[in-house]
Design a binder for this molecule. Structure first.
Ligand code: HEC
Ligand code: HEC
Length: 245
């Protein structure tokens, strides 16, 4: 999945403004167009940093130590996160995806002041640390009992998930490295909901393209809650297929 591609973006904007409901959003679309050169450079820099991190060999033990020192205070000793505080579980997440997110936080391509600070605590050339920490986290077991929703919108949520999400995130919620799609299984309800809203309103822009943001933005609050609740119940799976060679 690529970010906003300059050549494709005007076509997408045209499609967008043809739909009636979006006419009111012309000013926002124009503002987005103005930001394109900026986001393309940011996406390219993120790609370079990813290539650099991937060229290093990972030391998961050192990653565990760095995690305990800099991250466990918020994400927990087992990296299962904290549902009530919307702190995500990281254990068993795809190694490659973890790297892309650490880079996006460092480059301020993704909002979250806590993570901007945490990244700064890793020093000036953190690529080796990112690589080590991601290798450590991807090998931990997924949280078997994440925070769940109230269970009232599950039928609706499972329909939405199968129709609109499973093509990328897969039925089992384990995602896909080839297009940078994260594991959702084992994630907390409140965090999932916050990210669906956040992506719909453009808080993560290097890997969330226009169509995806629009699709999420078209969902009602009840749809978002139902699908987040459904995902939070997908259950834990073994971790081995999601680590890098
Ligand atoms: C002060 C608390 C805090 C600390 C310390 C912290 N984090 Fe986070 N982290 C968060 C919060 C809150 C989020 C959710 C950000 C958002 O709203 O998008 C997050 C998100 C993340 C994500 C994105 C997860 C996903 O599924 O997309 C990763 C990866 C991550 N943190 C890794 C780390 C690592 C590695 C460290 C240590 C170097 C660390 N965090 C330290 C609070 C913290
Ligand atoms: C076209 C592929 C695609 C589809 C369809 C899709 N997603 Fe995603 N999703 C992604 C990608 C790629 C990311 C990672 C974005 C990033 O790197 O910032 C993501 C990230 C997420 C995250 C953030 C996870 C985290 O750990 O922070 C949530 C939550 C999510 N998607 C929910 C959904 C839901 C709910 C649907 C269906 C309504 C859906 N997605 C449909 C590709 C997709």
């Amino acid at each position: 999945m690529v970010a906003v591609i300059p050549s494709a973006a005007p076509e997408r904007l045209r499609l967008l403004v043809r739909r009636r409901r979006w006419r009111a959003l012309w000013p926002a679309a124009a503002a987005l167009l103005l930001c394109l050169p900026l986001s393309v450079t940011a996406a390219e820099r993120a790609k370079e940093l990813l290539a650099k991190a991937l060229s290093l060999s990972a030391n998961a033990n050192a990653g565990g130590q760095a995690y305990a020192k800099n991250c466990a205070g918020c994400h927990g000793d087992k990296a299962w996160g904290v549902g009530d505080s919307s702190i995500p579980a990281l254990a068993g997440q795809r190694e490659r995806y973890l790297l892309t997110q650490l880079i996006d936080f460092a480059e301020l391509n993704r909002d979250a002041v806590e993570m901007h600070r945490a990244n700064a605590s890793l020093g000036v050339a953190p690529e080796q640390q990112w690589r080590n920490i991601a290798a450590y986290l991807a090998r931990l077991p997924i949280n078997p009992r994440p925070q769940r929703g109230d269970g009232k919108g599950l039928d609706n949520g499972s329909g939405i998930y199968r129709d609109s999400c499973a093509s990328c995130h897969r039925e089992d919620g384990l995602g896909d490295d080839s297009v940078g799609v994260p594991v959702l299984a084992g994630q907390h309800y409140s965090y999932l909901l916050m990210q669906i809203r956040g992506m719909a309103s453009g808080h993560r822009f290097t890997n969330v393209d226009f169509d995806l943001a629009l699709m999420l933005d078209n969902m009602s609050a009840a749809d978002m809650a139902g699908v987040a609740d459904y995902i939070s119940r997908l259950g834990a799976r073994p971790t081995t297929a999601r680590v890098l060679p």
